[in-house]
Design a protein around this ligand. Structure first.
Ligand SMILES: Nc1nc2c(ncn2[C@@H]2O[C@H](COP(=O)(O)OP(=O)(O)OP(=O)(O)O)[C@@H](O)[C@H]2O)c(=O)[nH]1
Ligand SMILES: [Mg+2]
Length: 574
């Protein structure tokens, strides 16, 4: 099979053959032409391409569903330190005299620690129930039990942890006894049974005196039925993990191990390990980035992130490609150049890149980038050369002026503030970004209306949030002609407040990015000087249950699933 036309289905075998038989075209050019054609939507050999695209879309949808299910920004987790192991009540037989107590102590239960991980952007890896390892019991010959295993939970930077409830075993028992209406004597007996174990040779009942003595010994050691302090006595744990954690934070302490019988006056008694209280924590993820990109699905947010930072965000020509917020780093040097990316010329859709990588693997050689005709921004004079001068990946000899993080977020649906789709997760993750950028698609019929919708959604979520967006990006500036572009640009200018910068650019072809970097550097520097701005609390928080339910039922046709009209990137209809 030869690659005589660029519209063959993209199977790797065809591509390989194309490479070997086609002398004039590089495989990348082949992919690009395929990709461009796909963009334009005018395939000639339609049956071939439609079939291939359908297959690809099915694959991508499945992948998206899979990723979608793993993005979690809110979790309620039950945590308990491990139970301490029991002390042993053992006697060492002696030929000459009476046997002596030799029971070892129980090992303490494992604790639960918390730390941050910069590679995480979701709470998906968090289990619903975390219990520290149980300490093992002591045994004869003074052998002490092993310590239970500690658990280390990793959460993304930007996670807020709040303790919601705590209940100890002791309180649970007291409640139960009240319900059963037990008298004091019965309560004492139950308690002793709960706390002590007796040597098998004890035979019969251990006397009340022995128990009472053992209890007072335990009290002296501070080990007797430790009470769980209420929130009034010891305020709930609230952690704001906005910075990387150096030392793991103790979230739940493991229970103390029981004491062996040498500790007690009666050799027939040893104590059980303590069961630590059960605590319920709420984890909420608010990703931290200096700049947050806000826009409708398909506006090109991920493309911009890739162009500025090189972060491998998924780029595709359909809505809700991004389900998981992504953060990249932009570095700006003293001479005004910037980098962070891989110096990529054109940000291709991810599937084109994958094909290319697969092809490179098969061929065992790197396919050199070839020059692509770069379109112009709505007939403006901003050229690729201008932006080339400003980007750089060679940072060794330069002095860094500023470095900031940029977050790409899931597309915002109308009514996201009411938690439609990934609404809250998206809004939560940008809430802490001091600088927001609206990303609008200049090829859509009315970017100014899109802008108003975005502003409305941010304000509905938290009043004052939309004020942080003082930069509006009109992306896909390469895709409109001068007349249409100017008209839409004018509409947006009319819709913005004073002091808001409006930039036409093309994330895909890297046009106009240097101006954006300059603007963002200034805004970030200013925001850092001013410090964090607190916003009012969420006016009407959607209950957790409801929120979770909505996420579970989320699909790519989200607007439809939530009784809204489907939002169409092609027509701009909502
Ligand atoms: N012509 C042109 N196409 C672009 C430009 N920027 C992005 N695109 C294309 O627009 C489509 C969507 O781009 P993405 O970057 O995935 O958009 P997004 O806003 O991240 O979309 P979601 O993740 O779905 O919210 C892809 O086909 C991109 O190749 C641009 O500047 N010019
Ligand atoms: Mg995206």
């Amino acid at each position: 099979m030869s690659v005589s036309l660029p519209f063959r289905p993209l199977c790797t075998r065809c591509l390989r053959q194309g490479v070997s038989s086609s002398s004039s075209r590089s495989p990348l050019a082949f992919l690009r032409s395929y990709s461009n054609h796909y963009d334009e939507g005018q395939p000639e050999d339609f049956a071939d391409i439609a079939g291939e695209l359908k297959r690809r879309k099915r694959k991508a949808d499945a992948k998206r569903r899979q990723y979608g299910a793993t993005f979690v920004d809110h979790a309620v987790v039950t945590v308990r330190g491990g139970k301490g192991g029991s002390g042993a009540s053992a006697l060492a037989a002696s030929l000459r005299g009476p046997s002596s107590p030799c029971g070892g102590n129980g090992g303490p239960g494992g604790s639960i620690y918390l730390t941050t991980s910069s590679s995480l952007t979701s709470l998906a890896s968090l289990s619903k129930r975390l219990i520290g390892g149980q300490g093992s019991s002591g045994s004869g010959a003074f052998k002490h039990g092993r310590r239970g295993e500690d658990l280390l939970i990793k959460v993304p930077i930007g996670t807020i942890v709040r303790e919601m409830r705590r209940e100890g075993e002791e309180e649970r028992m007291i409640r139960e006894e009240e319900e059963l209406g037990l008298d004091q004597e019965e309560k004492r007996k139950r308690k002793w049974q709960r706390w002590f174990i007796t040597h098998p040779s004890a035979g019969g009942e251990v006397s009340t005196k022995e128990y009472a003595e053992s209890e007072s010994l335990m009290r002296r050691e501070g080990r007797w039925s430790p009470r769980t302090p209420s929130f009034e006595e010891s305020p709930p744990v609230i952690l704001d993990l906005s910075e990387p954690v150096n030392e793991p934070i103790l979230l739940a302490q493991g229970g103390a191990g029981g004491l062996g019988n040498p500790f007690f006056t009666s050799p027939r008694i040893a104590s059980r390990g303590a069961l630590p209280p059960t605590q319920t924590f709420e984890f909420e993820l608010k990703l931290l980035a200096d700049v947050g990109l806000v826009g409708f699905p398909n506006a090109g947010k991920s493309t911009i992130l890739r162009a500025l930072t090189g972060r491998k965000a998924e780029v595709a020509g359909y809505q809700f490609t991004t389900l998981n917020p992504q953060i990249g780093v932009v570095r700006v040097w003293e001479d005004g150049t910037w980098g962070g990316g891989e110096g990529i010329e054109v940000v291709e859709e991810t599937w084109v890149e994958r094909e290319r990588e697969e092809l490179e693997r098969e061929l065992g050689e790197v396919i050199p980038p070839e020059s692509t005709p770069i379109p112009r921004l709505m007939g403006s004079t901003v050229s690729k050369e201008a932006s080339d001068v400003s980007t750089s990946t060679n940072s060794s000899a330069k002095i860094e002026r500023i470095r900031f993080t940029l977050s790409d977020n899931p597309g915002l649906l109308p009514s996201a503030s009411q938690n439609v789709g990934l609404g809250h997760s998206f809004l939560r993750s940008i809430e802490r970004s001091p600088v927001l950028v609206y990303v609008l698609d200049l090829t859509r019929p009315s970017p100014s209306e899109d802008l108003l919708t975005l502003q409305h959604e941010l304000e509905a979520y938290k009043p004052g949030l939309s004020d942080r967006a003082s930069v509006v990006v009109l992306n896909k500036g390469d895709g409109v002609d001068e007349e249409v572009g100017k008209e839409r640009l004018e509409g947006v200018h009319k819709a913005v407040t004073d002091g808001t910068e409006v930039e036409v650019l093309s994330g895909k072809y890297g046009l106009g990015l240097e101006k954006l970097v300059e603007l963002l550097s200034d805004r970030v520097a200013k925001a850092r000087l001013e410090g964090p701005v607190e916003l009012d609390e969420l006016p009407a928080e959607v209950p957790v249950q409801e929120e979770r339910r909505s996420r579970k039922h989320w699909s790519k046709d989200d607007g439809v699933a939530f009784g809204l009209k489907k939002f169409s990137a092609e027509t701009g209809e909502q």
